[in-house]
Design a protein around this ligand. Sequence first.
Ligand code: GAR
Length: 212
Amino acid sequence: MPSLVILISGRGSNMQALLEARLPARIAAVIGSRPDAAGLEIARRHELETKVVDPRSYLDRAAYDAALAEAIDACVPDLIVLAGFMRILGTAFVERYQGKLMNVHPSLLPAFPGLDTHARALREGVRIHGCTVHFVTPEVDHGPIIAQAAVPVWPEDTPDTLAARVLRQEHRIYPEAVRWFLQGRLSIVDGRVRLAGAMATDDTLNSPESAT
Ligand code: GAR
């Protein structure tokens, strides 16, 4: 059975969605970048192996990335899943795991990379916002897009209400994207992801709906 390593920094709700999806994979370890990451407790409750690689224990990014790579390689995973892992990873690290490193980001990339995506989306007045699952490249919150889900933005939204709406979609598309990977259905052609067996539809998503 293929194996996954999940990297987290905080609450771990995406990790939990992955655990609950009953994926055809063994979770070899959950690695936290902070000893107090709440998601580590959830992982322990699921009787998963947990590790902490805390940046405060290392002199610089290169030393941190090397320690993280060592912890990952000890598990020999088929895929490394970043689930709210809030550390910028160096180029050498990312290139070492090219095509085996997946991330979820709370915006429709390439819009709003970085932090505070929901507040920024509200400030820009976008009508449609969402989330993206992508393969990781050295550029932050960038890389071949595997899946996206869109949600409407309502005038009364706050960053919190919008974040909650987007998070529900993260929990839906991230396990789906990992499942596609495990089924061997994903390939990268000319820097873009192809999903074998995907069906095209002509449906559109309008927000707001057309006025009558
Ligand atoms: C999620 O919204 C995820 O998309 C985001 O952090 C949150 C983690 O929540 N990740 C990023 O912003 C990465 N650039 P979780 O710990 O409950 O899964």
